[in-house]
Design a protein around this ligand. Structure first.
Ligand code: ATP
Ligand code: MG
Length: 293
C-alpha cells in the first residue's frame, strides 16, 4: 500500500491531495503482490480521471470484523473477517444507471478512443484470482470508494501462490530489460512484473531517449520490452533501430487492439514475443519461461 501511495504521487497532478491511512494492526494476506499492485494502480488512475484536477485521493488499509456484504462484481453474499484495501476519491461518482456495467470488459464512459474500459475488468479478475471480493460505495458528485476485500492469511491453510521460479529453482529470466511505454502507470506495472520474474529493468517513457540510452551501451541489455503506439516513435521503429546494432536481441512487443501489428505479422518486425494489452502477469510469465528455454 505504501508503494501505491508513492506511485500515485508520481502519476497524479500535484493539485490532487493524497492521503495514506494504514492501520498497522491489519493482518497479512496471501496474494500475488504484482497483481494486487496492478489492481490498485488501476483504481488510482480511475480516481484521477474522475477528479479532473482537483480533489483528495485516500489510500486506506484496515481490518474489518464480521462484515456482511455482497460482492459488487460476482454478487456472492459474504460474511466474516476481511482485510480491506481501499482507494477513495472525491470525483464525479458512479451513477446508478451504469453501476451494474462498470466491471464489464470494454465498458467505458469515456469518449471513443480515450478509454479501453479494461481497467476495472482487470481489477475484478485480479481480486477474484486472489480469493478476494469487491465492494463499491459511490455518490454522484461526491465521490467513490472501492474496497478490495481479501481473506486474512491463516498460517495453517496458507496457500502457495505461483512463484517466479522455474521448477528447478532458476529464475524465469535474469539480466536487464530495457522497458519502454509512454503511459507512466503501464510502465510501472510492466517493470514490476518483469522484476518479479527476476529481471532488472531500465525504464523510459520516451522511445527516443530509450534508444539513445541503448546506443550508449548496447551490451547493458538482455532484452527489450516495448509498447507499440507511442507519440514520437513506434515500438516497431524502435526495434528496427535496436536490431541494427544488436540483430538478435530478444524483443517483447505489447500492443493495443487497434494497432496494425498482430500475431501473424509480428515476426516480420523482429518481434520475439507479441502480447496484447493489458498484459496479464501469467501470460508474461509464460512468455519469459519460453524465452528462457
Ligand atoms: N473512481 C471512479 N469514479 C467515477 N467513475 C468511475 C470510477 N472508476 C470507474 N468509473 C466508471 O467505470 C468505467 C469503467 O472503468 P474502467 O477503468 O474499466 O475503464 P476506463 O477508465 O473507462 O478506461 P481506461 O481504464 O482504459 O482508461 C469508467 O469509464 C467510469 O465511467
Ligand atoms: Mg480506467
Amino acid at each position: 500500500m505504501k508503494e501505491i501511495t508513492r506511485l500515485a504521487r508520481s502519476i497524479l497532478p500535484s493539485s490532487i491531495l493524497i492521503e495514506e491511512k494504514i492501520d498497522a494492526d491489519t493482518p497479512p494476506i496471501t496474494a500475488d503482490p504484482v497483481q494486487v499492485h496492478q489492481a490498485l494502480m488501476n483504481l488510482c488512475v480511475n480516481a484521477r480521471d474522475a477528479m479532473a484536477n482537483k480533489g483528495v485521493l485516500t489510500i486506506r488499509l484496515e481490518p474489518r470484523r464480521n462484515l456482511e456484504f455482497e460482492c459488487e462484481s460476482c454478487r456472492c453474499k459474504l460474511e466474516g473477517d476481511w482485510v480491506d484495501l481501499q482507494v477513495e476519491d472525491t470525483g464525479h461518482g458512479i451513477g446508478p444507471e451504469i453501476r451494474k456495467q462498470i466491471f464489464e470488459p470494454f465498458f467505458t464512459t469515456k469518449e471513443p478512443g480515450k478509454g479501453t474500459g479494461m481497467g476495472l475488468s482487470v481489477v475484478q479478475g485480479v481480486v477474484h484470482q486472489n480469493h478476494g471480493h469487491i465492494l463499491v460505495e459511490s455518490e454522484p458528485e461526491r465521490g467513490t470508494l472501492f474496497h478490495l476485500l481479501f481473506p486474512p492469511a491463516n498460517e495453517e491453510t496458507e496457500t502457495e501462490f505461483s512463484s517466479p521460479l522455474h521448477g528447478d529453482g532458476r529464475p524465469l529470466q535474469d539480466g536487464t530489460a530495457l522497458v519502454v511505454d509512454d503511459e507512466p502507470a503501464v510502465l510501472a506495472v510492466t517493470c514490476a512484473m518483469l522484476e518479479h520474474a527476476g529481471l532488472n529493468t531500465v525504464a523510459f517513457h520516451d522511445a527516443e531517449e530509450a534508444l539513445a540510452r541503448f546506443r550508449r551501451n548496447p551490451k547493458d541489455f538482455d532484452m527489450v520490452v516495448t509498447d507499440q503506439t507511442m507519440p514520437r516513435m513506434t515500438g516497431v521503429e524502435l526495434i528496427r533501430q535496436i536490431h541494427q546494432v544488436r540483430p538478435h536481441l530478444p524483443v517483447i512487443l505489447c500492443t493495443g487492439f487497434s494497432d496494425h501489428v498482430n500475431e501473424e505479422n509480428a515476426a516480420e518486425f523482429g518481434v520475439t514475443a507479441f502480447l496484447r494489452k493489458p498484459v496479464e502477469l501469467e501470460t508474461l510469465r509464460q512468455v519469459l519461461a519460453q524465452m528462457a528455454d
